[in-house]
Design a binder for this molecule. Structure first.
Ligand code: GLU
Length: 425
């Protein structure tokens, strides 16, 4: 039960920037694809945004009221899908941008979903198990009318894990008076979770990272990799890369970073990390997250939070490949700088789509009541990620656009088409 983990904090202003830059890329993608302005008007905002207040009786006997959100971007293709994050810095604009990104991911890996995202402003690192359970159940009660296995299917995200999904599924099943495993994905295996879901984001990142390395004539076995973030994606990714013979020279958590050009002892670090992905506190010789990004390496994987590679540090990145395992780690200006410098950028909406892909497998298995083997999941995930990478890589080449715009063009098309067929625009 590993929770995803953020690195540095992000402000409201940054979240507004994240939303407005996402809109700018969507607008350009739709223009390139020849869609009229009205399609952009529909897709620039989530169709639905719910704000809820969740009272929880805390361990000290007092009631604390938490704020939560659920954004549903577009359900023309099918029910909406996306994780729920628990984080003190969650804002409405961040959740909106994240919901739009989920739509793009679903489009890229061709799932029958639109995008959604949820969030609760809280710090789970400072809450007890009992308080977290109360908050998780309270959130489900608050949003229960707009979610459901055929409406909107939540999943884990930053600082949420399979235990939280289990409580949420149980609460929804009570409200629904029916066992509803397909209400939420990322559940423990015994409650209808899927093999391979826990490691899916990292596996997806590993697959596209290998494809990107091939294109650059780089052998992953000889590559030096820096992974920023040691949460669900970052920790498993470090392990997979280490096991494939790559040299993981840098890792980080929310409190600091470790860098060693000779390669880090990943198994030791994995063993010592806590469930929030914290490990650097055990060391004295740490550097900052900011410093880590500028260290020598061949491949850089930001696997933490938004706005890490900006116009301030993009020129100092040493890697020849940047694979975005986190959502929104690179700003628009930085995307241009990296692209102009010939760095191959594998954008978030492609690189991190492995999680939602296996969530889709989980939901299909729940609907069928028939469960697949881990090999079957791996093989299907592999096919989908390789195909999606190549579609986006080739579109970037043929349409002469950067990898992010290419990913948006591929990701937005199905949703735009479906909205038109439904007669919405
Ligand atoms: N939170 C993950 C993401 O950002 C997974 C979402 C899902 O599985 O629905 O892609």
């Amino acid at each position: 039960m590993v929770a995803e983990q953020p690195a540095d904090s992000n402000s409201n202003q940054e979240n507004m920037d994240v939303l407005s830059s996402t809109r700018t890329v969507i607008k350009t993608a739709l223009e390139k694809l020849g869609y009229p302005e009205e399609v952009y008007s529909l897709l620039k905002e989530p169709l639905r945004m719910m704000t809820v207040r969740i009272p929880v009786r805390m361990d000290d006997g007092n009631v604390k009221v938490f704020t939560g959100y659920r954004a549903q971007h577009n359900d023309a293709v099918g029910p909406t899908k996306g994780g729920i994050r628990f984080h003190p810095k969650v804002t409405e604009n961040e959740i909106k941008a994240l919901a739009i990104w989920m739509s793009l991911k679903a489009g890229i890996v061709d799932l029958p979903y639109g995008g959604a995202k949820g969030g609760i402003v809280c710090d789970p690192r400072e809450m007890s198990f009992r308080e977290l359970e109360g908050l998780s159940r309270g959130y489900v009660r608050a949003v229960s009318q707009i979610v459901g296995p055929t409406k909107d299917i939540p999943a884990p995200d930053v600082f949420t894990n399979s235990q939280i999904m289990a409580w949420m599924m149980d609460e929804y099943s009570r409200i629904d008076e029916f066992n509803s495993p397909g209400f939420i994905t990322g559940k423990p295996i015994v409650l209808g979770g899927s093999h391979g879901r826990e490691t899916a984001t990292a596996k997806g990142v590993t697959i596209v990272l290998k494809e990107a390395a091939n294109k650059k004539g780089l052998n992953v076995k000889d590559a030096r990799v820096i992974v920023q973030g040691f949460g669900n994606a970052g920790s498993y990714l470090s392990k997979f890369l280490h096991d494939s013979g790559a040299k993981v020279v840098g890792i980080s958590d929310a409190y600091g970073a470790l860098y060693d050009p000779k390669g880090l002892d990943i198994d030791y670090l994995l063993d010592r990390r806590d469930s929030f992905g914290t490990v650097t506190k055990l060391f004295n010789n740490t550097i900052t997250n900011k410093e880590l990004l500028e260290q020598e390496c061949d491949i850089l994987v930001p696997a933490a939070v938004e706005n890490q590679i900006t116009k301030e540090n993009a020129n100092n990145i040493k890697a020849s490949i940047v694979v975005e395992a986190a959502n929104g780690p690179t700003t628009m200006e930085a995307t241009k700088i990296l692209t102009d410098r010939g760095i191959l950028l594998v954008p978030d909406v492609l690189a991190s789509a492995g999680g939602v892909t296996v969530s889709y497998f989980e939901w299909v298995q729940n609907n069928q009541g028939y469960y697949w083997s881990e090999q079957e999941i791996d093989q299907k995930l592999n096919e989908i990620m390789i195909k999606s990478f190549n579609t986006i890589y080739n579109t970037a080449k043929t349409r002469r656009v950067d990898m992010r715009l290419s990913a948006y063009m591929v990701g937005v098309r199905k949703m735009a088409e479906a909205s038109r067929f439904r007669g919405w625009v």
